[in-house]
Design a binder for this molecule. Structure first.
Ligand code: BEZ
Length: 229
């Protein structure tokens, strides 16, 4: 992701959106944020993704994550396309809106600034479309995670919720989450944490898996609770 690394303060951009003008840091307030980009309005994969994102908005809200989408089309297209996305979700009332704004980046300014362009997918004029980026931003406005998929591969929003759970847990507790972890599963104790400290920090118990090396680095503890959970 050119120019934007994990831990960087996310740019405080201003943009026109379907909810009006947004200054990004003000929009986030003290919440977490997720910005997800789309190649183009009125395209099939994007329609299914925004439909699913909309159906999951209560789950993001529960986790205090504010959602915002981006596509490189005009506001007029965004409003028209919104009706199609809602119909895809089975919403019959055409006056409803999506539960999050869509940035109208028709000049591709943000897409270029945030390194979102997919060189392999171009519009009829030969201009590159946006890839499917996901940026997750913490309440400190710093980038906590980024994903970048080509336009031809739709994202898995269950995975995005799963990583939000891991990011929020590990922001508050000195643990890490193993492969395929789901909220509520046991978590891992950092390898450099002395046994006595682990026993104090994790009163629910620490257990390890015996390995041929004899090293006790695969240490687990039941998932501790963390704020809002
Ligand atoms: C889609 O959303 O289906 C799509 C958009 C641009 C390129 C490829 C697929």
């Amino acid at each position: 992701m050119p120019g934007l690394l994990l831990g960087d303060v996310f740019p405080n951009f201003e943009a026109e959106t379907t909810f009006g003008k947004v200054k990004f840091h003000d929009f986030l307030g003290d919440s977490w944020g997720i910005l997800f980009s789309h190649p183009r309005d009125y395209t099939p994969v994007c329609t299914t993704e925004l439909g699913r994102a909309s159906r999951l908005s209560d789950e993001f809200c529960k986790r205090k994550v504010k959602m915002i989408a981006l596509s490189i089309d005009t506001m007029e297209d965004h409003h028209g396309w919104t009706k199609d996305i809602l119909a895809y979700n089975g919403v019959k009332d055409g006056s409803c809106s999506l539960p999050f704004p869509i940035i109208a980046d028709s000049k591709r300014e943000l897409a270029v600034a945030l390194g979102m362009l997919d060189p392999d997918e171009r519009d009829k004029d030969g201009m590159p479309l946006t890839a499917r980026c996901v940026f997750i931003i913490g309440p400190d406005k710093r980038l906590k995670l980024s994903l970048l998929y080509p336009a031809t591969t739709g994202r898995n929003f269950d995975e995005i919720l799963r990583v939000v759970d891991s990011l929020q847990l590990t922001a508050h507790r000195r643990v890490s989450t193993p492969v395929d972890w789901q909220a509520g599963d046991s978590v891992m104790v950092p390898p450099n944490m002395p046994e006595e400290e682990a026993a104090t920090l994790f009163p629910a118990g620490v257990y390890h898996k015996d390995l041929p090396s004899g090293r006790k680095y695969l240490r687990y503890t039941p998932q501790p609770s963390y704020p809002h959970h």
